[in-house]
Design a protein around this ligand. Structure first.
Ligand SMILES: [Fe+2]
Length: 189
Protein backbone atom coordinates (compact mmCIF):
# COMPACT_ATOMS: atom_id res chain seq x y z
CA UNK A 1 0.00 0.00 0.00
CA UNK A 2 1.17 3.50 -0.81
CA UNK A 3 -1.18 5.83 1.03
CA UNK A 4 0.78 8.93 0.01
CA UNK A 5 0.61 8.12 -3.69
CA UNK A 6 -1.68 10.54 -5.50
CA UNK A 7 -4.57 9.03 -7.43
CA UNK A 8 -3.65 9.94 -10.99
CA UNK A 9 -6.32 8.16 -12.98
CA UNK A 10 -9.93 7.48 -12.27
CA UNK A 11 -11.60 4.15 -12.89
CA UNK A 12 -13.95 5.54 -15.52
CA UNK A 13 -16.82 4.25 -13.39
CA UNK A 14 -18.30 7.71 -12.84
CA UNK A 15 -18.49 10.92 -14.91
CA UNK A 16 -15.18 12.78 -15.14
CA UNK A 17 -14.70 15.19 -12.23
CA UNK A 18 -15.22 18.87 -13.15
CA UNK A 19 -12.24 19.62 -10.87
CA UNK A 20 -10.03 18.43 -13.74
CA UNK A 21 -11.32 21.18 -16.05
CA UNK A 22 -8.48 23.45 -14.94
CA UNK A 23 -6.25 21.04 -16.90
CA UNK A 24 -8.45 20.46 -19.94
CA UNK A 25 -6.21 17.87 -21.62
CA UNK A 26 -6.23 15.83 -18.41
CA UNK A 27 -10.02 16.11 -18.39
CA UNK A 28 -10.25 14.87 -22.00
CA UNK A 29 -7.84 12.03 -21.23
CA UNK A 30 -9.97 11.04 -18.25
CA UNK A 31 -13.09 11.25 -20.42
CA UNK A 32 -11.44 8.67 -22.69
CA UNK A 33 -10.98 6.30 -19.76
CA UNK A 34 -14.64 6.78 -19.05
CA UNK A 35 -15.53 6.06 -22.70
CA UNK A 36 -13.39 2.94 -22.66
CA UNK A 37 -15.16 1.72 -19.54
CA UNK A 38 -18.58 2.40 -21.12
CA UNK A 39 -17.51 0.51 -24.27
CA UNK A 40 -16.81 -2.51 -22.06
CA UNK A 41 -20.30 -2.18 -20.56
CA UNK A 42 -21.76 -1.94 -24.10
CA UNK A 43 -19.87 -5.10 -25.11
CA UNK A 44 -21.41 -6.79 -22.06
CA UNK A 45 -24.91 -5.73 -23.14
CA UNK A 46 -24.22 -6.98 -26.67
CA UNK A 47 -23.25 -10.47 -25.45
CA UNK A 48 -25.35 -11.05 -22.30
CA UNK A 49 -28.16 -13.61 -22.31
CA UNK A 50 -30.47 -11.37 -20.30
CA UNK A 51 -30.82 -7.59 -20.29
CA UNK A 52 -28.82 -6.01 -17.48
CA UNK A 53 -31.01 -3.03 -16.64
CA UNK A 54 -28.36 -1.32 -14.55
CA UNK A 55 -25.85 -1.47 -17.38
CA UNK A 56 -28.37 -0.30 -19.98
CA UNK A 57 -29.33 2.64 -17.76
CA UNK A 58 -25.69 3.57 -17.17
CA UNK A 59 -24.93 3.54 -20.91
CA UNK A 60 -28.05 5.55 -21.74
CA UNK A 61 -27.18 8.14 -19.12
CA UNK A 62 -23.63 8.42 -20.47
CA UNK A 63 -24.92 8.87 -24.02
CA UNK A 64 -27.40 11.52 -22.96
CA UNK A 65 -25.25 13.47 -20.54
CA UNK A 66 -21.58 13.00 -21.41
CA UNK A 67 -20.75 11.81 -24.90
CA UNK A 68 -22.10 14.72 -26.98
CA UNK A 69 -20.40 17.26 -24.72
CA UNK A 70 -17.10 15.42 -25.06
CA UNK A 71 -17.37 15.29 -28.84
CA UNK A 72 -18.16 19.01 -28.93
CA UNK A 73 -15.11 19.77 -26.73
CA UNK A 74 -13.01 18.18 -29.43
CA UNK A 75 -14.77 19.22 -32.61
CA UNK A 76 -15.37 22.83 -31.59
CA UNK A 77 -12.22 23.54 -29.57
CA UNK A 78 -9.46 20.94 -29.46
CA UNK A 79 -9.28 20.15 -33.19
CA UNK A 80 -9.32 23.81 -34.34
CA UNK A 81 -6.64 24.70 -31.76
CA UNK A 82 -4.48 21.80 -32.92
CA UNK A 83 -4.95 22.73 -36.57
CA UNK A 84 -3.78 26.27 -35.76
CA UNK A 85 -0.73 25.30 -33.70
CA UNK A 86 0.60 22.22 -35.46
CA UNK A 87 3.30 22.24 -38.09
CA UNK A 88 3.32 20.34 -41.39
CA UNK A 89 5.59 17.66 -39.88
CA UNK A 90 2.95 16.89 -37.27
CA UNK A 91 0.78 15.66 -40.19
CA UNK A 92 -2.20 16.17 -37.98
CA UNK A 93 -4.91 16.83 -40.55
CA UNK A 94 -5.14 13.26 -41.82
CA UNK A 95 -5.33 12.01 -38.22
CA UNK A 96 -8.09 14.46 -37.36
CA UNK A 97 -10.00 13.46 -40.52
CA UNK A 98 -9.87 9.79 -39.55
CA UNK A 99 -10.96 10.56 -35.98
CA UNK A 100 -13.83 12.71 -37.26
CA UNK A 101 -14.94 9.86 -39.53
CA UNK A 102 -15.23 7.53 -36.52
CA UNK A 103 -16.97 10.20 -34.46
CA UNK A 104 -19.44 10.86 -37.28
CA UNK A 105 -20.11 7.14 -37.66
CA UNK A 106 -20.75 6.85 -33.90
CA UNK A 107 -23.02 9.92 -33.96
CA UNK A 108 -25.03 8.48 -36.87
CA UNK A 109 -25.68 5.31 -34.84
CA UNK A 110 -26.39 7.23 -31.64
CA UNK A 111 -30.17 7.84 -32.09
CA UNK A 112 -30.68 4.15 -32.88
CA UNK A 113 -28.55 3.03 -29.92
CA UNK A 114 -30.47 5.35 -27.60
CA UNK A 115 -33.85 4.19 -28.90
CA UNK A 116 -32.85 0.50 -28.61
CA UNK A 117 -31.71 0.81 -25.01
CA UNK A 118 -34.69 2.95 -23.97
CA UNK A 119 -37.03 0.49 -25.72
CA UNK A 120 -35.51 -2.52 -23.93
CA UNK A 121 -35.73 -0.76 -20.58
CA UNK A 122 -39.39 0.08 -21.24
CA UNK A 123 -40.46 -3.34 -22.46
CA UNK A 124 -38.08 -5.50 -20.40
CA UNK A 125 -37.36 -7.47 -23.61
CA UNK A 126 -33.70 -8.22 -24.41
CA UNK A 127 -31.91 -6.91 -27.47
CA UNK A 128 -32.27 -8.68 -30.80
CA UNK A 129 -29.22 -10.05 -32.64
CA UNK A 130 -29.39 -7.08 -35.04
CA UNK A 131 -29.50 -4.61 -32.19
CA UNK A 132 -26.52 -6.29 -30.56
CA UNK A 133 -24.58 -5.92 -33.80
CA UNK A 134 -25.39 -2.19 -33.87
CA UNK A 135 -24.16 -1.85 -30.28
CA UNK A 136 -20.88 -3.59 -31.14
CA UNK A 137 -20.38 -1.37 -34.20
CA UNK A 138 -21.05 1.73 -32.11
CA UNK A 139 -18.56 0.67 -29.42
CA UNK A 140 -15.99 -0.05 -32.15
CA UNK A 141 -16.19 3.49 -33.54
CA UNK A 142 -16.02 5.06 -30.08
CA UNK A 143 -13.00 2.92 -29.16
CA UNK A 144 -11.13 3.70 -32.37
CA UNK A 145 -11.58 7.44 -31.87
CA UNK A 146 -10.23 7.38 -28.34
CA UNK A 147 -7.28 5.13 -29.15
CA UNK A 148 -6.12 7.47 -31.95
CA UNK A 149 -6.64 10.52 -29.78
CA UNK A 150 -4.74 9.09 -26.83
CA UNK A 151 -1.87 7.82 -28.97
CA UNK A 152 -1.48 10.76 -31.32
CA UNK A 153 -3.56 13.87 -30.65
CA UNK A 154 -3.21 14.33 -26.92
CA UNK A 155 0.61 13.99 -26.86
CA UNK A 156 0.85 16.54 -29.71
CA UNK A 157 -1.62 18.83 -27.95
CA UNK A 158 0.47 18.69 -24.77
CA UNK A 159 3.54 19.70 -26.78
CA UNK A 160 2.00 22.36 -29.01
CA UNK A 161 -0.86 24.16 -27.27
CA UNK A 162 0.12 27.36 -25.49
CA UNK A 163 -0.95 28.30 -21.97
CA UNK A 164 -3.43 30.75 -23.51
CA UNK A 165 -4.84 27.95 -25.71
CA UNK A 166 -5.29 25.74 -22.66
CA UNK A 167 -7.02 28.57 -20.81
CA UNK A 168 -9.39 29.11 -23.73
CA UNK A 169 -10.06 25.37 -23.99
CA UNK A 170 -10.74 25.17 -20.26
CA UNK A 171 -13.10 28.18 -20.35
CA UNK A 172 -15.09 26.84 -23.29
CA UNK A 173 -15.37 23.40 -21.68
CA UNK A 174 -16.60 24.98 -18.43
CA UNK A 175 -19.15 27.10 -20.28
CA UNK A 176 -20.36 24.07 -22.22
CA UNK A 177 -21.13 22.45 -18.85
CA UNK A 178 -22.84 25.54 -17.45
CA UNK A 179 -19.97 26.27 -15.04
CA UNK A 180 -18.70 29.83 -14.40
CA UNK A 181 -15.33 30.89 -15.81
CA UNK A 182 -12.46 30.30 -13.39
CA UNK A 183 -11.62 34.02 -13.61
CA UNK A 184 -15.11 34.85 -12.29
CA UNK A 185 -14.65 32.59 -9.30
CA UNK A 186 -11.16 33.91 -8.43
CA UNK A 187 -11.78 37.63 -9.22
CA UNK A 188 -13.22 38.23 -5.78
CA UNK A 189 -10.92 41.16 -4.98
FE1 LIG B 1 -12.28 12.01 -27.55
Amino acid sequence: MHPSEPVLRGSGETPTSPSLLANPLDFISEDHLRERQICTVIDGLATADALNRRSATAVLRFLNEELSVHLRDEAEDLFPLLARRCTQEDAIEGVIDRIRADQDAAMRLLPQVRAMLAGCLDSGVNLTAEERAVLSRFAGHVRRHLVAENAILLPIARARLTRADLRTLSEHMRRRRGLPDLAETTDAE
